[in-house]
Design a protein around this ligand. Structure first.
Ligand code: UDP
Length: 317
């Protein structure tokens, strides 16, 4: 089976490529390398250095594929608040082109990287897939629009699809060619920023007046290897026309201060930090109810916060 991995040179996409290869899949990648890195592409993989917004590049990348794992897209909450048009264009319009070209080539299976940001500020925690979806930022709005688009595509044209709503992805995978880690510049994600924190340039804690036990935001962290394991299980579950949505997290939450404490314990040094104003677009608490993925996909994450922090640390060495 050949799988097109869109966004296959990015942090999560490149990890998927590595794991799919070890499971015997053939891989094609479509990526414009705007966030990813072409040096992550392994030997033997078909690589189309192109854009989701370019119809002929998308059609080329899909040629000969049986299924799609769709990771490509803009993914930063703060940036989406500043550039909502860019997020709509790449994420929503780009996915429309991908679905159209899949239909042209009779490719009926897709696993999509959706997000917990689709839920917005939840009324009830942990969050179920049936919870209300009122995104608090344009990034989440684009992911929700795509989920709706895929539901409609499945109803109209019989594709078989799974949207995986990621909570906070962390950790890293060591491939033969090196660590597949977050390499963003500037880095916006909490765990890499905490591990990079210095006395001269301490990590900022975005908001200390949130309605949580210690005033900082709470998130649900899942290791990238566990996350990709869920993608494989979701892919294997496809076949019948329809669209299923699954939350992927750990089922429990860490506040920003608790992440700093976990990283201090893992490194054996107190991580310096500075209390700072809230970041635009952040909800206070996001924790997943993962019982649907557990029961329907037989998936369960097995790597804890300690492993996420220490793998991220090793990947940065
Ligand atoms: N955060 C922070 N300092 C940073 C980066 C993130 O305090 O340098 C906070 C952020 O406001 C959020 C949590 O850490 O509450 C996780 O943010 P991240 O950007 O890692 O993921 P997101 O939840 O936006 O997907």
């Amino acid at each position: 089976m050949r799988v097109l991995v869109t966004g296959g040179t990015g942090y999560i996409g490149s990890t998927a490529v590595e794991i799919l290869l070890t499971q015997g899949f053939e891989i094609s990648i479509l990526d414009d390398c705007s966030m990813g890195h072409a040096d992550t592409v392994p030997a033997g993989v078909r690589f189309v250095n192109g854009s989701l917004l370019n119809v002929s590049e998308v059609a080329d990348a899909l040629t000969g594929c049986d299924a799609v794992m769709h990771f490509a897209g803009k993914s930063l909450v703060g940036e989406s608040v500043e550039k909502p048009d860019l997020y709509h264009s790449v994420n929503v319009d780009g996915t429309r082109i991908l679905l159209d070209q899949m239909r042209e080539q009779l490719i009926t299976k897709i696993v999509f990287s959706s997000s917990a940001a689709t839920y917005g500020e939840p009324k009830v925690v942990p969050i179920l897939e049936t919870s209300e979806t009122i995104p608090t930022n344009p990034y989440g709005a684009t992911k929700l629009a795509i989920d709706h688009m895929i539901t409609a595509e499945a109803a109209a044209h019989g594709i078989s699809a799974a949207s995986l709503r990621y909570f906070n992805v962390a950790g890293a995978l060591k491939a033969k060619r090196g660590w597949l880690a977050e390499r963003h510049n500037p880095e916006t994600h909490l765990i890499p920023n905490v591990l990079r924190s210095t006395t001269d340039n301490p990590v900022k804690i975005f908001g200390t007046d949130w309605p949580t036990h210690d005033g900082t935001c709470i998130r649900d962290y899942v290791h990238v290897i566990d996350l990709i394991d869920a993608h494989l299980k979701a892919l294997q579950s496809l076949g019948k026309p329809g669209h299923e949505i699954y939350n992927l997290g750990s089922g429990s939450g860490y506040s920003v201060r608790e992440v700093v404490a976990a990283a201090s314990a893992a490194t054996g040094q107190q991580i310096p930090f500075i209390d700072s104003p809230r970041r635009a677009g952040d909800p206070a608490v996001l924790i997943a109810d993962i019982s649907k993925a557990k029961s329907k996909l037989a998936w369960e994450p097995s790597r804890d916060m300690n492993t996420m922090v220490s793998d991220t640390l090793k990947s940065m060495a």
